[in-house]
Structures are given as C-alpha cells and as structure tokens.
Design a protein around this ligand. Structure first.
Ligand code: R5P
Length: 230
C-alpha cells in the first residue's frame, strides 16, 4: 500500500532531528509537517536548550512538550531552522505561507545558519507558482496590491484573492494583517520577484523565500527520505 502524505511528512519530520544538536537553540517553523518535527523534538533523549518559534501555534505545541520558547529579539543567531514549504524548486527556492505564518517564518529563517526544509514529494516543482502565492498585506493596501498583481510583476500576472477564515471574515495573521493568495503566477526568477513584491507599498511579506532559501531539503518519497543539498 502506498504511504499516505501524512506518513511522508512524519518521516521527514523525524529525519530532521539529525540536524539538531542537543543543548542548542533552534528555529522552528509552522504547519502539519513541522508538527511531526515538534513531536520528534519532544522525544529527543538529550533535549535542545530552547526554540524560537514562527507562530503562536508552534509556540503552544513546543511549550506543551516542556520546550522553552524564546523571543526572537533575544537571540542573535540560530544553528538551524527547520520548516515545511508549499513548493520547493530545484534550487531550493520556496513558496511558503499556506498556513499564514510567512512573516515570522522569514524572520526566524534569517537568524539561522542553515535552513532545513522538510516536505513530502508532492511539494517539489520545476517552477514556483502553481500554489497560490501568499502575500501578507496591510488591510488598507489590499486593493492596490491586487491591482499590481493583475497588471503583472516581472512579466507574470495573477489574481490576488483575499484569504478568508472559516467564518467567512478576513483571515488575520499573528501580526494582525491580512493575506492575499495570488493565483496563476509563474515565477521565473524568484530572487528578483521576491524583491519586486517586497517593494510594493503595503506588502508586509511575500511568501517567496529566495533570499532565505533552503540549504537542505529532506524530501519524503515512496522510496524513503531523499536529502538534497543546494
Ligand atoms: O505558513 C505556513 C508554512 O509556510 C508551512 O510551512 C507551509 O504552508 C507547509 O505546511 P504543511 O507542512 O502543513 O504542508
């Protein structure tokens, strides 16, 4: 029987423990794949000293396991940051933010020496953009940012849709902002594209992680966990 997507996520979550040195402070991402990594952290015989977390959700899960969570302002440097992704391309460039945590994820990733990305094989793509690109925006800029994507950014245009919560109201991030999910993009140059979107007034963070790309990707496949180093 083929392995379920969740089992592939669990395998890479457990495999990422090999990149964690006991006694260090590490960065922890957000999402269903990271939930498996957090569970594995809790089971480490020699524990980490503490974590810096990228979301309220991950903070709660870490604290429930007795793991200390530090404020990012009190940490200058992390050995490693472990997080999932919505898409990963052959260079280790990512789309992230499907779970809404992109801004804090980028902040914590930027503190780390090494970004270990954990994904199941369905996330590997030749070119970023099939997954609707999350863009965190200040609410008063939603219409102008939407128009900018409709008009095209670096030769690719898309339909930016306001993300809604389950009750139909706008989804609100941990930072009190909204998210536009941009459909129909084809991101040929992730580095230039990330910078171009960050320059649009009202954009808090774009979910392209090119300046904070993965250094290592643990890809969960039917044949086992594949390690890709960029
Ligand atoms: O905001 C959420 C994050 O970027 C997640 O890492 C990403 O959406 C992947 O999530 P999952 O591991 O649940 O597929």
């Amino acid at each position: 029987m083929p392995l379920s997507q969740d089992e592939l996520k669990a395998r890479v979550g457990r495999a990422a423990i090999d990149y964690v040195r006991p006694g260090t402070v590490i960065g922890v991402g957000t999402g269903s794949t990271v939930a498996h990594f957090i569970a594995a952290l809790g089971a480490m015989p020699e524990r980490i000293a503490a974590a810096v977390s990228s979301s309220e959700r991950s903070t709660a899960a870490l604290r429930a396991l007795g793991i200390d969570v530090l404020d990012a302002n009190d940490v200058e440097h992390l050995d490693v940051y472990v997080d999932g992704a919505d898409e990963v391309d052959p260079s280790g460039y990512l789309i992230k933010g499907g779970g809404g945590a992109l801004t804090r994820e980028k902040i914590v990733a930027a503190l780390a020496q090494r970004f270990v990305c954990i994904v199941d094989a369905s996330k590997a793509v030749p070119v970023l953009g099939a997954f609707p690109l999350p863009v965190e925006v200040v609410p008063m800029a939603e219409a102008s940012v939407r128009r900018r994507f409709a008009g095209g950014v670096l030769g690719t245009s898309g339909d930016a849709v306001l993300r809604l919560a389950s009750d139909g109201t706008p989804y609100v991030t941990d930072n009190g902002q909204h998210i536009l999910d941009v459909h129909g993009l084809r991101i040929a140059d992730p580095v230039a594209f990330e910078s171009a979107v960050n320059d649009i007034p009202g954009v808090v963070t774009v979910g392209v992680f090119a300046h904070q790309k993965a250094d290592v990707c643990l890809l969960g496949t039917a044949d086992g966990v594949r390690t890709i180093t960029y």
